[in-house]
Design a protein around this ligand. Structure first.
Ligand code: ARG
Ligand code: ZN
Length: 465
């Protein structure tokens, strides 16, 4: 019999709600066009009816005025007939929308851009949408989640989108399950540096005092991991273990030369433990952003004001766990932060620090009844999705409890198999449970329930024999 995990139970409840709210039976979506339930924490994000394949973002940006003059070209396939469709967008004024080269009607409503093409799109058709827009994008300042989205800096801008900030600077289908490839074509006054995810495609082109650089992310990427950084940067390039490593730092801050070698070391060490590195390059960017966190933007994380070895180890671990293997919904954010935090513990133990067991034991001494235990790691709530104790630390403790239960051999097999079988995909906690049970031949439901789906101190796991 199939175990109904919390995640699948909630997902089917949401699907039923959608059906109730939607068209009468018989007028349901055509075959192959499954309704995807909205994200439980960000129900306004994501759209039905199409699947994005590629984003081509043409961004002309002037640091002195912070003016963005942009053209987004979205290639998507329709999974049903589309008389109109919606995109997530809350950026500057839209000037024009084209669908397959013809002017389309559009309307803005809150954080949505609704597009009505001149002719309906046929099911199965691949179609192109061009959105031209111009103005100064603005960040999101959320009372619980802090500042994110397009952040203007004194010498440029940097875009950090987790969780739903991409809509501040381009129109997209902001659904974790709709990954796509990206091209960034960034034009600035000559002398300004522009970086993004992935690898440069060809040399910069200069004309009339403006320079255009092109970056390409050739592997599927969720919108929250897309990134551009524009400003005054010192760039370092090397090839380490066959992988291009491109790092940059804002010279007005402190670099200290740590970022570039620490990135190469973290990638080399993590490849040995987690298996093949999922992207075509690595790197990192230090900028004076002022948001107070680092972000695992795909292939090239961004660090605010500086960094240290453990933070680099954390953000590089996200390349496997978070960026390549991505939760289907934000409720499962522990699958990102628990794995990245556990990687820090593994690294420390291997580099003369405390053992993982010592770290676990210290946190486990926290008395029952302490607020440390008062949220569900597997469903912390939208406002507490980055709660350090509940999601990062208790997420890592959950992995250690699992390791204790199934033994080292099965646990490290699980880490690698998880990264390999779900590469570039989306997952939920139920997928991890099923894989862990398959590898270990154990019933792990009670362990997952106690560590992830209970807002109380769980019992100590029984060690594998
Ligand atoms: N995922 C980032 C990290 O753990 C933290 C992002 C925080 N984002 C936010 N909007 N507060 O490294
Ligand atoms: Zn993290």
């Amino acid at each position: 019999m199939m175990r109904r995990t919390r995640a699948t139970a909630a997902a089917s409840a949401a699907a039923v709600l959608l059906l109730l709210a939607g068209a009468p039976a018989g007028a349901a979506a055509p075959a192959g066009a499954a309704l995807t339930p909205p994200d439980p924490y960000f129900p306004l994000g994501g759209n039905q009816g199409y699947d994005v394949r590629h984003y081509d973002l043409d961004l002309d940006f002037t640091p002195a005025s912070h003016l963005l003059d942009a053209r987004a070209t979205i290639t998507a396939s329709a999974d049903r007939p589309l008389a109109s469709f919606r995109l997530d967008y809350s950026g500057p004024a839209v000037q024009e929308v084209l669908v397959d080269g013809r002017a389309a009607a559009y309307r803005r409503d809150g954080q949505k851009l609704t597009v009505t093409p001149a002719r309906p799109i046929r099911p199965g058709a691949v179609f192109g949408v061009v959105v031209r827009y111009r103005g100064t994008p603005e960040r999101i300042s959320d009372p619980a989640l802090g500042d994110y989205g397009w952040i203007n800096t004194p010498d440029g801008a940097v875009a950090l989108n987790e969780p739903d900030g991409a809509r501040t600077w381009y129109p997209l289908n902001d659904d974790l399950r709709d990954k796509a490839t990206y091209t960034f074509r960034i034009t600035t006054p000559t002398g300004v540096t522009a970086l993004a995810n992935g690898e440069p495609a060809g040399p910069p082109q200069t004309r009339d005092g403006r320079t255009t650089v092109t970056w390409q992310m050739r592997k599927p990427m969720a919108g929250y991991l897309s990134m551009v950084a524009i400003g005054d940067f010192r760039v370092t390039r090397s090839t380490d273990g066959g992988l291009p490593n491109i790092t940059a730092y804002d010279p007005t801050g402190s670099d200290d030369g740590l970022l570039h070698p620490a990135t190469a070391q973290a990638v080399a060490w993590e490849r040995k433990r987690f298996g093949a590195y999922p992207f075509d390059s690595t790197g990192g960017i230090i900028d004076q952003v002022g948001v107070g966190y680092a972000l695992e933007t795909q292939s090239r994380p961004v660090y605010d004001g500086g960094t240290d070895e453990l933070t680099v180890v954390h953000e590089i671990a996200h390349q496997w766990y978070g960026d390549s293997v991505t939760p289907s919904t934000w409720r499962d954010i522990w699958l990102n932060e628990g794995f990245a935090t556990y990687t820090e513990w593994l690294w420390q133990e291997d580099h003369g620090g405390p053992t993982v067991q010592q770290v676990f034991d210290t946190y486990y001494e926290t008395p029952a009844g302490d607020p440390f235990w008062n949220l569900e790691t597997g469903d912390p709530g939208r406002d507490e999705m980055f709660n350090y104790d509940a999601v990062y630390i208790r997420g890592a403790m959950t992995l250690h409890a699992l390791r204790t239960t199934i033994g080292d051999r099965d646990f490290f097999d699980l880490l690698r198999t998880w990264a390999r079988t779900h590469r570039y995909g989306t997952v939920d906690t139920g997928d991890l449970l099923r894989l862990a049970e398959k590898i270990s031949h154990r019933d792990l439901g009670p362990l997952f329930d106690a560590w992830l789906h209970t807002a109380a101190k769980p019992p100590l796991p029984t060690p594998a024999r």
